[in-house]
Design a binder for this molecule. Structure first.
Ligand SMILES: Cc1cc2nc3c(=O)[nH]c(=O)nc-3n(C[C@H](O)[C@H](O)[C@H](O)COP(=O)(O)O)c2cc1C
Length: 160
């Protein structure tokens, strides 16, 4: 019942292999220093690479990227086939046309239950404020709509 955004966490493994997986456990932790967290299932194939990497990127998806979210949660495919990306300052792949990107130093991790919580220190970030977010709620994908006075004001603004 808790609505979240949707991200794809990306990194380049020691072997050079590109790693990426869909995660909605992303959240903010601290402004000074800038810290974020997300959690990864212990059984995930990317756990070893995630523990070894010094840096990773968190790519916040837009409403147009549901297919990408599904692609990076599947096991039986090449997740990177047909995916546009650039390489960030830290060496992690950055997906193009996302709502926001956080390039993180892999600062600390906490093993809790069947997940591992990763805390990342944000070294670079970018965002595109005109995009609509991809949201996840009750196992389904959504995007946002404004409520109350803000919706009325927005309607007046766009119909002008
Ligand atoms: C919307 C959505 C959110 C997800 N969030 C997480 C998450 O926060 N942590 C996690 O471990 N798996 C999450 N998953 C599942 C992983 O994306 C999926 O298990 C993936 O296959 C793991 O990749 P790996 O086994 O290659 O590491 C999520 C899947 C979806 C569709």
């Amino acid at each position: 019942m808790f609505a979240t955004g949707v991200t794809i966490v990306t990194m380049r493994a020691k072997s050079g292999q590109l790693i990426g997986l869909t995660a909605n456990s992303f959240n903010s932790v601290s402004l000074e220093p800038p810290l974020v967290l997300w959690s990864l299932a212990r059984k995930a194939a990317s756990l070893v690479a995630m523990c070894e990497t010094s840096h990773y990127a968190i790519n916040v998806l837009t409403a147009e990227q549901q297919a990408l979210a599904e692609q990076f949660a599947r096991r039986d495919i090449d997740r990177w086939a047909g995916v546009d990306y650039t390489i960030g300052a830290s060496g992690a792949p950055l997906l193009t046309n996302v709502a926001a990107t956080f390039e993180c130093f892999n600062r600390s991790r906490y093993e809790e239950g069947d997940h591992v919580i990763f805390v990342g220190q944000v070294e670079h970030c970018t965002h595109h404020s005109e995009t609509s977010p991809l949201l996840y709620h009750g196992g389904r994908f959504f995007t946002e709509h404004l409520l109350g006075d803000a919706a009325v004001a927005d309607e007046k603004h766009t119909s002008r």
